[in-house]
Design a binder for this molecule. Structure first.
Ligand code: DX5
Ligand code: ZN
Length: 217
């Protein structure tokens, strides 16, 4: 069986205490910390950029998984790499030259991922599978936490077959919770991003709830 990783999205954390939130979820069993970067252009919401990643870096012992929902991507890759991102995932829809973008991410020394919106054909990532070690299958239209899960299980199954013997993670992002996690892992996903399902009911003052939520997923 494939080892499943849980990557809490700090988008659902307390923005006034994100360093402490990173430490809290890691202490409660998070495998990766997922950082959602939004530009108000590629997606209809704004979050934060490389300066926040740099500020969070000392508060994350493990993997900082940076999900870029921005366009263009290329001018910012060096800044996110310098800020300490371990992984950078860019959207296939973010511009006409995703191949170049992935080359630039790899050249920065950071692990490269490609993300796919729910309305984008799976075939868009096929030429990129030898350039990445992660494909992020969006199970919501990106921009906000707490949205309803869109059933992407058939896409995950087809993607797992397309990946074949390659060592490529399938990350699922959006609406992953206790009910939907088993569906996507059965289909072949191995990295589960979860925002509201992890942070719900807890706080940095009561991080044990995060641990309960993580173990429930
Ligand atoms: C969606 C973001 C996700 C999101 C996940 O735009 O990329 O990472 O915050 O949040 P939940 O788990 O609440 O759907
Ligand atoms: Zn995300």
């Amino acid at each position: 069986a494939r080892e499943i990783k849980i990557a809490p999205s700090i988008l659902s954390g307390d923005f006034a205490a994100l360093g402490a939130e990173c430490e809290a979820v890691e202490s409660q069993g998070a495998d990766w910390v997922h950082v959602d970067v939004m530009d108000g252009h590629f997606v209809p919401n704004l979050t934060f950029g490389p300066a926040m990643c740099k500020a969070l870096r000392p508060h994350i012992r493990g993997v900082m998984d940076v999900h870029l929902m921005i366009a263009p991507v290329d001018p910012y890759i060096e800044a996110f790499a310098a800020a300490g991102a371990d992984r950078i995932t860019a959207h296939v829809e973010a511009g006409p030259h995703i191949h170049r973008t992935l080359q630039a991410i790899r050249a920065s020394g950071t692990a490269a991922g490609v993300a796919l919106n729910p309305g984008t054909p799976l075939s868009a990532v096929e030429p990129l599978l030898d350039m990445v070690d992660l494909v992020c299958v969006m199970s919501v239209n990106p921009g906000f936490g707490g949205q309803k899960f869109i059933d992407v299980t058939a896409r995950i199954r087809a993607l797992r077959a397309m990946i074949g013997e390659r060592a490529v993670h399938i990350e699922v992002d959006g609406g992953v919770d206790i009910a939907t996690a088993p569906l996507v892992t059965a289909a072949g996903a191995d990295v589960l991003v979860a925002g509201s399902a992890v942070f719900r009911g807890g706080s940095t003052a009561n991080p044990a709830i995060y641990g309960q939520n993580i173990r429930a997923i």
